[in-house]
Ligand binder design. Structure first.
Ligand SMILES: C[S@@+](CC[C@H](N)C(=O)[O-])C[C@H]1O[C@@H](n2cnc3c(N)ncnc32)[C@H](O)[C@@H]1O
Length: 216
């Protein structure tokens, strides 16, 4: 089994989250949904995968801004899945699908090569201790996995409040043949989440990066 990029957390599920998780209206996709296709779910819209959406507040805001994009939002944390499902339904959005899964497993098992229009990776777990660095999501191996599932010119947007992780992102992606790009100014379309606000309140600088899938 590959090394997990997240720490399994229990977390209490509120009644509202539980109700959102129990509603079977097709928004929540299962890992074992053998018939899943991007085409069936989004009818030909370009599809962006968001890895680790937390509570999904930014996910919903960005989905509302871009109804011309499909959004496959994935996290492993059950209460957050409930929150996002509730927010998507409250907003009446039809372009978002949600998965409770390890996004890396989803990429390996369910996403065909050359099919995604992009990725969003906002504030991935920083794993600050040296012995945990192997758990970070941005590694050469994962950059290859994301690269193989991406269409040519697909975008990969990243943000972090952890300066040494920003350095690792630059080191890994600048050296990777499938990706080109670097640090960008904060994109106006990315809303400030509670997570980001805490980092700002604690005086940490935010780094935004954007990479584009190179032609093979
Ligand atoms: C630090 S939080 C940031 C949440 C959100 N993006 C934000 O900006 O507020 C990182 C999230 O990534 C999720 N995560 C970590 N590894 C993951 C993986 N392999 N697949 C899906 N989600 C993952 C965690 O469960 C957590 O919710």
């Amino acid at each position: 089994m590959s090394i997990r990029t997240y720490k399994p957390r229990r977390g209490r599920v509120t009644p509202r989250q539980a109700a959102a998780l129990d509603l079977h209206d097709g928004l929540l996709i299962d890992m074992d949904d053998a018939g899943f296709t991007l085409e069936d779910e989004w009818g030909g819209l370009p599809v962006i995968m968001e890895i680790g959406f937390g509570t999904g507040a930014a996910t919903v805001e960005m989905a509302q801004q871009r109804l011309d994009l499909g959004l496959l939002a994935i996290d492993v944390h059950t209460p957050g899945i409930g929150d996002l499902l509730h927010r998507v339904r409250a907003a009446g959005l039809t372009n978002v699908r949600v998965m409770e899964a390890d996004a890396l497993e989803v990429l390996r098992a369910m996403i065909p090569e050359g099919s995604l229009a992009g990725y969003r990776l906002y504030f991935p777990d920083p794993w600050p201790k040296a012995r945990h660095h192997k758990r970070r999501l941005v590694t050469p191996e994962h950059a290859t996995l994301l690269g193989t599932r991406a269409k040519p010119s697909a975008t990969w947007d990243l943000a972090t409040d952890w300066a040494p992780y920003a350095e690792q992102m630059l080191d890994v992606l600048d050296a990777h043949p499938m990706w080109e790009g670097g640090v960008i100014a904060r994109p106006s379309e990315r809303p400030i989440t509670r997570f980001e606000q805490t980092a700002l309140d604690q005086g940490r600088a935010i780094t935004d990066l954007r990479y584009v899938r190179t032609a093979d």
